[in-house]
Design a protein around this ligand. Structure first.
Ligand SMILES: Nc1ncnc2c1ncn2[C@@H]1O[C@H](COP(=O)(O)OP(=O)(O)OP(=O)(O)O)[C@@H](O)[C@H]1O
Length: 479
């Protein structure tokens, strides 16, 4: 993960020097284009090739997060001040238009904000409590979020400005000068490549986080205090996820502790590429916040991701979206538009190395979910002998980067399988605890009612409110 910051502070609360080291530091004379080139260009290029990417801006209120994302205005600003979002959009369409290997492509845009732990659709304000779901084909996704198909960068910027205006409406209604919500701009890209008609799908999420300042410093009361606490909670959930991913102390990564971390689950510590821009105020008055921002960035930098394309699986229920092809750009070039078809790569003998690793990992992960570890090891050996899956150690030079990638991917998928198992176990334990508690309460009530009946008191009224399923085993309802 790339982490960057604008200013460097070296004094901590004990007045000791603290040295931070990051991939790059942008000082106050930095140009928006420098930030974009370093932070976002690799992410845009990878998204076009089916690798998910995330760009996050972090820092206290007023430190420049939104300015870095959007510039002074999404639609009307000069090239020098143009923000990350517009540059991402421009380059994304430029890549798609100029790539010779892409036959057809689609780009969809969604825009949501997370305010007080509710996900609100910024492209349709009537959807103000969207749910986050997970599927095998899409990974983590926001169910019901408006997805607009966009054909070119000016189309995208128009739509984004509508979303930004909707965010501003919310803020004005809240009577606030600064953003108290996390804002997410989500671009989903899908294309078929020539000549093999393979489908690739990648996603770029840009995240403008709410300010990270301490609650006490805001002097907030009432609803503003609630907001500050909720923001703090979701940012600490982000911190906890980062801690779990970087310290390796716990098998459980608490992605479900906040909407923000759940949406970013695929992006943090997974197979996508992520960059964090830490924004710091140049004022010495804000040095505690700047210090905390730099500490956050330092921890985040330790996250290891293994960027790889996500295979697109057949999904008949998905509604078709308008496709764009090169012939639409160049009607005279005579090229035939090829349909975007979702296809499974499983039986294709010409799978490239990453696809083979994907396939191998998926098989082993599925087996590990339902079988004992020793049985999976035996099956793995058998599969390798039979040539059903390959042995990464045999296929590659152990010192090569690809081999290290493969090893890292195997470890990653094992960790993911473990995490899913421990989450499932935790859910079961919680459910068990809930049921046990309900049973105890029911038994307690039943015992009291029995006593009351024995004493000639009218306990029937009380028992009438308890479900028959509870009363029957206790002998109060005839079978
Ligand atoms: N690099 C910059 N150059 C010029 N002006 C800037 C720069 N960064 C921030 N500003 C200005 O500082 C003010 C606050 O910046 P911005 O809105 O980006 O802060 P923020 O971190 O997004 O705050 P919040 O968390 O409240 O949304 C804005 O008026 C913005 O135009």
């Amino acid at each position: 993960m790339h982490t960057l910051y604008f200013a460097q502070y070296k004094l901590d609360e004990r007045d000791e020097d603290v040295i931070f080291s990051f991939d790059k530091v942008f000082y106050d004379d930095a140009e928006q284009s420098d930030v974009y080139k370093f932070l976002a260009v690799p992410i845009v290029t990878d998204a076009v090739n089916g690798i998910n990417g995330t760009i996050i801006t972090y820092g206290q209120t007023g430190a420049g997060k939104t300015y870095s994302m959007e510039g002074p205005s999404i639609l009307h600003c000069n090239e020098q001040k143009t923000g990350l979002v517009q540059r991402v959009v421009n380059d994304l369409f430029e890549c798609l238009r100029t790539s010779a290997s892409m036959a057809t492509w689609t780009v969809n845009l969604s825009m949501v904000e997370i305010y007080l732990e509710k996900v609100r659709d910024l492209l349709d304000l009537s959807k103000d409590n969207l749910q986050i779901k997970e599927s095998k084909s899409q990974g983590i996704y926001i169910s019901g979020a408006t997805e607009i198909s966009i054909m070119n960068s000016s189309d995208a910027l128009e739509r984004l400005s509508e979303g930004i205006a909707n965010r501003a409406v919310g803020e004005t209604q809240m009577n606030l000068a600064s953003s108290r919500s996390h804002c997410l701009y989500i671009f989903s890209v899908q294309h078929t490549s020539t000549p093999d008609e393979r489908v690739r799908a990648g996603k770029i999420i840009l995240v403008d986080l709410a300010g990270s300042e301490k609650v006490e410093k805001t002097g907030a009361e009432g609803r503003v205090l609630d907001e500050a606490k909720t923001i703090n909670k979701s940012l600490s959930a982000l911190g906890n996820v980062i801690n779990a991913l970087t310290t390796g102390k716990s098998n459980h990564v608490p992605y479900r502790d906040s909407k923000l971390t759940r949406i970013l689950q695929d992006s943090l510590g997974g197979s996508s590429r992520a960059s964090l821009l830490c924004c710091c105020s140049p004022s010495a008055l804000n040095s505690p916040e700047s210090l905390s921002t730099l500490r956050f960035g330092t921890r985040t930098k330790l996250i290891k991701t293994v960027p790889k394309p996500i295979p697109v699986e057949a999904e008949s229920s998905k509604k078709p979206t308008p496709q764009h092809s090169h012939d639409q750009d160049n009607p005279s070039d005579g090229a035939q538009s090829k349909p975007v078809s979702s296809q499974s790569d499983v039986s294709d003998p010409s799978l490239d190395f990453r696809d083979q690793v994907d396939l191998r990992d998926r098989i082993l992960t599925k087996l590990r979910l339902s079988l004992r570890e020793e049985d999976v090891d035996l099956l793995e050996e058998l599969f390798i002998q039979e040539g059903i899956i390959f042995n990464a150690d045999d296929a590659l030079d152990p010192g090569s980067v690809s081999c290290q990638d493969a090893a890292a991917q195997q470890i990653l998928s094992l960790l993911q399988a473990m995490e899913e198992l421990s989450e499932a176990a935790q859910e079961l334990a919680d459910e068990n605890e809930k049921l046990r508690h309900e049973l105890e309460v029911a038994q307690e009530i039943a015992a009291r009612a029995q006593d009351a009946v024995a004493e000639g008191w009218g306990g029937g009224l009380l028992l009438g409110f308890l479900p028959a399923a509870i009363l029957r085993p206790l002998g109060f309802v005839p079978d």
